[in-house]
Design a protein around this ligand. Structure first.
Ligand SMILES: [Zn+2]
Length: 331
């Protein structure tokens, strides 16, 4: 698709959108579906979550999501006619311009699903689709920990590791709109296999919740989740502490490279694993501060995300406003 085609498609998709009206925001996760109505100020007027049961395949799962969307609209207290658009966040890879989920690893068997077209049929409103980590970055930048910041990196650490980058106040998307895959920064080029991309030694292969639990089991601990590893490390259990130290080391290493690349004022860390709080952020801050190039190390602050469990729906709305403004700027 040429740049002109991309612009034409974008203009076409947004023709009916009133930029400031509330948005029906939908989030398609590997374990949960979420829906909510969010306004241009980032206020969440309704918020509903159900298990995704992704293995049932796209058709029944999307039917359930549309139903959840209708419930969220009914519960929001906002007149349906005022809800001007639908935003959808989902793990990549995806094609935001064409509104297609390509083959997201968290949704096995979902291939080339035209989710935007299906949502347009279901809700008769323009639909914006975006990578959920990019959407999370938009949400934290507009309404959360990064409000008002010009250069920001967002890292979400949960089942996988996703990222988003704000450069000079604007969300960075890349040539095919899947840029900012910070989870696949290499921290050990002969290292552990990465499930997300098939290479070796990605940040995700060490610090995702899945990888933390896996490394703990390999070290002999009987655990199912990263949360259990964090809890054991917090009380000084020696094996868990060692696994946790490895997590901190990998995150410190990857984040130092990322900070050197972008020289952000702020790094915002979200996702389930970030609930470990200072047990994670404290030592990671020290490593980045000691390891990053001088000016980048002095510029950066590393903080927890502010939006919590609602980041998925707030993000799915934020990208609708972001796209509308980008079109307004003619880019
Ligand atoms: Zn990878």
């Amino acid at each position: 698709m040429s740049a002109t085609d991309v612009k034409a498609a974008a203009a076409d998709g947004g023709a009916e959108l009133e930029p400031r009206s509330p948005v029906l925001a939908l989030d398609i996760g590997g374990t949960k579906l979420a829906a909510g109505v969010v306004d241009a100020g980032g206020h969440v007027h309704s918020f509903l979550v159900v298990p995704s049961e992704a293995a049932r395949g796209p058709e029944p799962v999307l039917e359930r999501l549309w139903e959840l969307g209708r419930e969220a609209m009914a519960e929001s207290g906002i007149a349906p006619a005022e809800i001007g658009a639908v935003g959808i966040g989902c793990g990549g890879p995806l094609d935001p311009e064409r509104g297609i989920l390509l083959a997201p690893p968290h949704l096995p068997g979902w291939r080339d699903v035209p989710v935007s077209a299906l949502a347009e049929q279901a809700f008769e409103r323009p639909v914006t689709l975006e990578n959920d980590a990019t959407a999370g970055a938009a949400a934290e930048h507009r309404y959360g920990a990064g409000a008002g910041v010009r250069h920001m990196v967002y890292l979400t650490i949960s089942t996988g590791v996703g990222g988003g980058v704000v450069v000079d106040g604007r969300l960075y998307r890349g040539a095919m709109e899947n840029g900012g895959e910070l989870g696949h920064v290499t921290v050990d080029w002969h290292g552990r296999p990465c499930r997300g991309c098939g290479r070796r030694g990605c940040l995700e292969a060490y610090v995702s919740g899945t990888s933390i639990a896996e490394r703990a089991r390999e070290a002999g601990l009987d655990v199912r989740s990263a949360e259990q590893v964090a809890a054991a490390a917090a009380v000084g259990e020696p094996v868990a502490s060692e696994v946790w130290a490895g997590t901190v080391e990998a995150l410190g290493c990857g984040l130092t490279s990322i900070v050197n690349l972008f020289e952000p004022e702020l790094v915002v860390i979200g996702g389930g694993v970030s609930r470990a709080g200072e047990l994670l952020l404290g030592p990671v801050r020290e490593r980045v501060s000691a390891g990053a190039m001088g000016p980048a190390a002095r510029a950066v602050e590393i903080v927890s995300a502010a939006l919590g469990d609602q980041v998925g729906v707030v993000g799915a709305a934020a990208i609708v406003y972001d796209r509308a403004e980008s079109r307004g700027r003619g880019s």
